[in-house]
Design a protein around this ligand. Structure first.
Ligand code: BGC
Length: 509
């Protein structure tokens, strides 16, 4: 099942993830370029507030963009929302590339953010609605793979243009991102509409047509296609009869449980501490004893490649391992790496107060092996994130909501991700300069808490169709109790009575 067409379509849509990764990654290099600071502010270097505003406005734009994408996804369709997000992103990228000063740059960042926010919400949702249930995790993980590819390419492009003495040094990396966005824009016109969205709009024939093309080389009588089509139709009918459509419905019955878990996945993803490494790698590697010159290159370059390569196992195995096992093992792996890093830094590093910068600094240069150990632990951490919470952070929220409310639910969970991303970007520099090694201990503890929460509360969703999620989330709140029951179950066909029961529960609440 799942002929090559569904792979091509989902990979193509994932170009949105590439833009996400590239635009969030490109700015750290650009911010340190002298010609950039000259054109922006007429000086050699931007101050912390100016840098923070350029970084933060993208995240603020993403937050708003992910929320705005919901009504568009419902009314205009998932496909057209990708197009819209892409067009807005191109406008933002063009403003950044052509910026004649600071005001135009920050405007460009905010506008690009609106586009990235929309894409980060709509691409996994679109993929989830197209994917056959047994490879849904793999197909949505393509989004994360492309995010990491974008981050990696952004770094190397920045490193390549850094030495150019003119404005080209920063205009080129900021401008290049328009290319993948244009490719996505043009190609998206040829992508199919989501069959689930089509059914919800009463366009049944077209939906059947898309399902047949995606899953059975155009054969509308194929057993899988017919059963998937019937399941979607039944679900739409059922949801109509109980009218689960407004934002308020997100707070009722099993949908409320899904909202809480969806938001938690996204919040947890950020509280793994991944962006403390992504954004502040040079500082962290300097603290771990690498001299400043080579720090950036080693920190960001090697880590970028590792981040992308270690995402590949998720694409290959997420649907076999399941979401729970992947999240639990990933969280434990990252917890161990962060704690060991923090403990070794605490035990062997020398913390002193730098009155020039007003910050505490940790120096590990006196102990080479401890310093190398910490660096290896940071790489170990990045690899742990890449195969687990990186992809599952996007997979899980996109697959858990009922159809009629999926866009709203996913937009809120995605917005939670961007909000926490912003919080992390604000608090990590403060943490690094006050509690130094305590930063790693903090994130290590967070990872342990996450592993426990997933074990206790998160039901397994692998192999279930989107229409079966009502039953999955209709069980005990203590998810581990249901695991044995679900583990060996073959995919049940849509059972109207189970559905009725779970929606009935929602009505009662
Ligand atoms: C996260 C980003 C992070 C990236 C790193 C994504 O899934 O949402 O915040 O920078 O992974 O690979």
């Amino acid at each position: 099942m799942g002929n090559w067409r569904v792979y091509v379509v989902c990979l193509y849509a994932a170009i949105g993830g590439f833009c996400f990764g590239y635009d969030t990654g490109v700015v750290s290099g650009v911010l340190t370029m002298k010609p950039f600071a000259q054109t922006m502010r007429g000086k050699e270097e931007l101050n912390a507030l100016e840098k923070g505003t350029i970084t933060g406005l993208l995240l603020a734009g993403c937050f708003v963009g992910s929320l705005l994408a919901a009504p568009s996804a419902e009314m205009l369709s998932r496909k057209r929302t990708i197009l819209l997000g892409c067009l807005v992103f191109i406008l933002g990228a063009a403003l950044q590339c052509g910026a004649n000063g600071y005001a135009m740059m920050v405007t460009g960042r905010a506008v690009a953010g609106l586009g990235i926010g929309a894409l980060s919400m709509i691409v996994p949702l679109y993929q989830s609605e197209l994917a056959p249930k047994n490879i849904r995790g793999r197909l949505i993980s393509l989004q994360q793979l492309m995010i990491t590819a974008g981050l990696m390419v952004a770094f190397w492009v920045g490193a390549g243009t850094e030495r150019i003495a003119s404005d080209l040094s920063w205009r080129l990396p900021l401008g290049i991102q328009i290319i993948p966005a244009v490719i996505l824009c043009l190609g998206v016109l040829f992508l199919p509409f989501s069959p689930r969205w089509l059914v919800s709009k009463g366009r049944h024939e077209e939906a059947l047509d898309v399902l047949a093309k995606l899953h059975a080389h155009g054969n509308k009588e194929d057993a899988y296609v017919v059963s998937e089509y019937n399941d979607i139709c039944q679900q739409v009918e059922l949801e109509r009869s109980v009218a689960v459509t407004s934002y308020l419905d997100l707070f009722k019955g099993t949908v409320r449980r899904r909202l809480v878990l969806g938001i938690l996945v996204q919040v947890f993803q950020q509280f793994t501490g991944i962006n403390s490494i992504m954004y502040y790698a040079p500082t962290i590697f300097k603290q771990a004893g690498i001299p400043e010159n080579s720090a950036t290159l080693i920190a960001s370059g090697v880590q970028g490649v590792l981040n992308m390569l270690a995402t590949i196992p998720a694409v290959l195995y997420l649907d076999r391992l399941g979401r729970r096992l992947t999240m639990i093992t990933g969280a434990l792996w990252m917890a161990v790496a962060m704690l060991l890093c923090g403990i070794v830094m605490a035990a062997t590093g020398h913390v002193s107060y730098n009155s020039d910068s007003g910050a505490n600094e940790i120096d590990m240069s006196g102990n080479k092996s401890a310093s190398y150990f910490s660096i290896v632990m940071i790489y170990f951490f990045v690899a742990g994130f890449a195969y687990s919470w990186g992809p599952v952070g996007w997979v899980y929220p996109a697959e858990i909501y009922p159809l009629n409310i999926r866009a709203k639910g996913t937009s809120i969970t995605t917005a939670a991700n961007w909000l926490m991303n912003f919080v992390i970007s604000e608090i990590v520099p403060i943490m690094l300069s006050t509690i130094t090694w305590g930063t790693y201990i903090f994130f290590g503890c967070c990872c342990f808490v996450m592993a426990a929460c997933v074990f206790l509360f998160f039901p397994e969703t692998k192999g279930k169709s989107l229409e079966e999620m009502d039953a999955v989330f209709g069980g005990s709140v203590l998810a581990f109790r249901d695991i044995k029951k679900h583990a060996n179950s073959t995919m049940p066909t849509l059972d109207a009575s189970v559905e009725k029961q779970s929606f009935g529960d929602e009505e009662k609440h």
